[in-house]
Design a protein around this ligand. Structure first.
Ligand code: HEM
Ligand SMILES: N#Cc1ccc(COc2ccc(/C=C/c3ccc(C(F)(F)[C@](O)(Cn4cnnn4)c4ccc(F)cc4F)nc3)cc2)cc1
Length: 477
């Protein structure tokens, strides 16, 4: 063992290594290993034959997420998984400089005007969904939160970001295509992407079909046959040009839209499900949210606007606290491009290792958050002695807008650095709009008034609540 390499987590079998213990519960694995004296915040473990070097807590987050492009690389790790799902020449199937331009297009497509329209469109979708859905007939009942939220999220995201044509297709063929494509988005494909398994055939057929569908939408709109009803991302991408002056080709518009669909769907449906499941354990907070709406928007609860969302602090804190305990992405990975000395240690990580960051660990450390396991949106109350993110944080622009480097932040559910999320604003808008509508319509509680929360399913790429997660609802008078 090279003395300069981080300590290796003990394991019985080569290749399999720590895969099962990590895969079953990554956080439990990280916390138990960092507690070992000989480990600390930097250690290596075997994941399906790969050496994963983990760097935890704020220094670890900063070291990996703000790593220099010459030292760490995302696309080499992610593309075998995301390429066959998103399609050619987009996101990780292109040089990082091109991804930075694609992120700029999307970020700049989320204008105030489009975000305003999204609040109205999403509210309409939620109200229509609650009128039509079989689980919400009558005065009271129960529903399986993860399953129902997955349906609701896809309708609200497609109607706003994707646009009317895509939304209408989800009532028919698109749902099956999405399911087939989604099967390609699984950890098996991370480790063995080339496997000619039947689910990969269905993924490829679904991807090619969806790329054609998006191509038809773009061509029809270009021909002038379709009027611009609402400012969706497809219209915006049709007008974008790369730095070298070239337009975004149709297949790249399709690939970016598929990437946004997958990103948004998995992250938002998991998060809104956790929000409702957590609220059902503390129904008193639902009543506080209703009181906040009445106090700030008016007793008669007028239709929600984008400006209203900025004035509902407790709603934002419910989302923020849920993401602290339930970040959809529990592990972020980077390829090591040249031997790297880890900040604050005398360890050198060789290029045969993959770096792994888990910002969720620092978000659950009692050094940063008192009683970390308690879901308490009030811990973020203005002035409460908690981490608010130092205002004077270093800022940086990778070509798609100024972001804080998040250098010392223990709370990074959206990542940091050049690969940081650009969907945060849309995600908050979608989550808060759905939350506002549910709070107005229903009282929620766990069966039998239990204060327990379901476990987490870490088996797919995004951590999400185990299903079923049943919650009882009662329509407000
Ligand atoms: C609660 C919601 C969300 C969470 C917690 C989340 C989290 C993240 C994280 C942790 C990263 C960094 C990944 C890495 O460093 O490897 C990321 C990147 C990204 N996310 Fe999100 N995301 C969310 C919603 C969205 C939505 C709605 C979209 C699109 C509309 C989106 C699009 C992206 C994109 C384009 C990147 C950049 C990837 C890169 O530069 O490599 N995300 N997100
Ligand atoms: N036995 C066993 C056994 C072993 C191991 C395991 C589990 O092991 C692991 C290890 C690592 C990971 C990493 C998660 C990961 C990373 C990248 C992405 C992404 F790229 F896809 C994304 O960031 C997603 N995203 C961004 N914002 N919202 N979504 C994205 C970016 C841009 C884009 F445009 C669209 C996107 F959607 N997605 C997910 C997950 C599970 C289970 C079982």
């Amino acid at each position: 063992k090279n003395p300069n390499e981080p300590p290796l987590v003990f394991h019985w079998f080569p290749v399999l290594g720590s895969t099962i213990t990590y895969g079953m519960d990554p956080y439990k694995f990280f916390f138990s290993n960092r507690a070992k004296r000989q480990h600390g915040d930097v250690f290596t473990f075997i994941l399906l034959g790969r050496k994963m070097t983990v760097c935890l807590d704020t220094k670890g987050n900063n070291f990996i997420l703000n790593g220099k492009i010459k030292d760490v690389n995302a696309e080499e790790i992610y593309n075998p998984l995301s390429g066959p799902v998103f399609g050619k020449d987009v996101v990780y199937d292109c040089p990082n400089s091109k991804l930075m331009e694609q992120k700029k297009f999307v970020k700049f497509g989320l204008t105030q005007e489009s975000l305003r329209s999204y609040v109205t469109l999403i509210t309409a979708e939620v109200e229509d969904f609650l009128k039509r859905h079989k689980d919400f007939k009558g005065q009271k009942g129960a529903f399986n939160v993860p399953k129902v939220m997955a349906e609701l999220t896809i309708y609200t995201a497609s109607r706003s970001l994707q646009g009317e044509e895509v939304r209408n297709m989800f009532d028919s063929r698109f749902a099956a295509l999405y399911t087939d494509l989604d099967m390609g988005f699984s950890p098996i494909n991370f480790m063995l992407p080339w496997a000619p398994l039947p689910h990969n055939r269905k993924r490829d057929v679904a991807r090619e079909t969806m790329i054609k569908v998006y191509g038809d939408i773009v061509r029809k709109r270009r021909s002038g046959a379709v009027k611009k009803e609402s400012p969706d991302m497809i219209w915006h991408l049709m007008d974008c040009k790369y730095k070298d002056g070239t337009q975004v080709p149709d297949h790249e518009i399709a690939g970016i839209m598929i990437a946004l669909l997958m990103a948004g769907q998995h992250s938002s449906s998991s998060t809104i499900a956790w929000i409702l499941l957590r609220l059902a354990t503390k129904p008193e907070i639902i009543e506080e949210l209703l009181a906040e709406q009445k106090a700030i928007l008016g007793e008669d609860l007028p239709s929600l606007t984008y400006d209203d969302l900025q004035r509902l602090p407790l709603h934002a804190q419910v989302v923020k606290e849920t993401l602290r305990l339930h970040a959809p992405i529990h592990s972020i990975m980077r390829k090591v491009k040249q031997p790297l000395v880890i900040d604050g240690t005398n360890y050198t990580v060789p290029t045969s290792h993959t770096l792994m960051s888990s910002p969720g660990v620092s978000a659950q450390m009692d050094e940063h958050f008192p009683n970390p396991a308690v879901w308490d949106p009030h811990r973020w109350d203005a002035g409460a002695n908690n981490f608010e993110g130092a205002e004077d944080e270093e800022k940086i622009d990778y070509g798609w807008g100024v972001v804080s480097k998040g250098t010392n932040s223990p709370y990074l559910p959206f990542g940091a650095g050049r690969h940081r999320c650009i969907g945060e604003q849309f995600a908050y808008l979608q989550l808060q709009t759905i939350l506002v509508a549910f709070v107005r319509e229903f009282k929620l509680k766990n069966p039998g008034g239990s204060r327990d929360i379901v476990g987490t399913d870490y088996s797919s790429l995004f951590s999400k609540p185990l299903t079923p997660g049943i919650v009882e609802w009662e329509r407000r008078g």
